[in-house]
Design a protein around this ligand. Structure first.
Ligand code: FE2
Ligand code: FE2
Length: 320
């Protein structure tokens, strides 16, 4: 099996002199004051809301969707990525494995903390699950990607790389929320403690991603480049159908009316632009590794643009 290259350095809690947030057992809770905002303003949709209250309720619904994603990402992407390392023929040094299991513990707490806030918001605003008891779109797409792969080792490597993809983007995203003064203090606190842990995770997953990539032979690099690129896009493309359901929940518009509004405002360029903002840290990291020499990111973007254009056109017809 591939001889391990020297494992890249990474940051741990001991190195930065902090403790994992799960040791604090802090559960920031919303206050529901009228000026407590839960999500940045949606510039596209905001002009179509009837009042500030509707705007704020849409923000609460969107943050609920974000927290639902957090629960799903922790349990269905990151923890499985760590466990899947047991099944691939690339064995990191023992202390690295031990540190990865520390991440798995953190993630369970992040999911619990998110779930707490989510339950409060749902109860107060009368919101329900944004995905109708299904896994979020990005998880469905990533599951499909795995299902198409016949080779079991590559299937497990997809699981590991999905962890790398998500863990290289999340600390930046949470950091933006934590420093956004438009958002309520409770939201910023929740995101801040999570972001601090994720800085450590990001460093560890970058080291893991780099080490795996450098251990791959040319064949494996070619296969991995394809699924790393596809995962990067799939993980961050906004789910338009879900946005329409959030509008429906927040405004009382019928679901058909909400879909008509959302599909008239969103197009493939906007979705790709939003995806690129969220995925930027992962895109830069993979570019730095040399993934683009095996799979052109621009080509994958072009394919996704065409797929989205066809899907949006079909949805517009359906709700017209
Ligand atoms: Fe987390
Ligand atoms: Fe994490």
């Amino acid at each position: 099996m591939p001889a391990a290259k020297e494992y890249p350095p990474y940051v741990t809690y001991d190195v930065v002199g902090r403790r994992p947030s799960m040791l604090l057992q802090a559960y920031p809770r919303p206050t529901f004051n009228r000026d407590e905002n839960y999500y940045p303003i949606n510039a596209l949709l905001s002009p179509h809301f009837a009042s500030e209250d509707e705007n704020r309720k849409f923000g609460a619904a969107t943050f609920c969707a974000f927290l639902e994603d957090t629960v799903e990402v922790e349990h269905c992407l990151v923890i499985p990525a760590i466990v899947a390392m047991r099944r691939v023929p690339y064995v990191p040094p023992p202390e690295v494995e031990q540190d990865l299991y520390k991440i798995a513990t953190d993630e369970g707490y992040h999911a619990e903390q998110a779930f707490h806030f989510l339950a409060d918001l749902r109860g107060y605003f009368g919101l329900t699950m944004s995905d109708e008891h299904r896994a979020p779109l990005f998880l469905r797409r990533l599951d499909q990607q795995r299902a198409w792969e016949p080779d079991p080792v590559r299937r497990d490597l997809i699981t590991v790389m999905n962890g790398v993809v998500t863990e290289t983007r999340i600390s930046i995203e949470l950091g933006k929320f934590a420093s956004d003064s438009y958002l309520g203090k409770s939201v910023r606190e929740l995101c801040h403690s999570h972001a601090e842990d994720e800085q450590i995770h990001s460093s560890q997953f970058r080291a893991l991603g780099r080490w795996l990539w450098e251990s791959f032979d040319a064949d494996m690099k070619a296969a991995a480049a394809k699924f790393m690129t596809d995962s990067t896009i799939a993980r961050s493309i906004p789910d338009v159908a879900r946005i329409a359901r959030l509008v429906h929940q927040a405004t009382g518009r019928s679901i058909r009316e909400s879909r008509r509004l959302v599909y008239s405002l969103y197009n493939e360029e906007i979705l790709l632009k939003d995806m690129l903002v969220a995925a930027q840290p992962t895109v830069s990291f993979f570019k730095h590794l040399g993934v683009g020499e095996y799979e052109a990111f621009e080509g994958a973007l072009e394919r996704e643009t065409q797929r989205l254009a066809a899907e949006l056109a079909a949805q517009r017809v359906e709700c017209s």
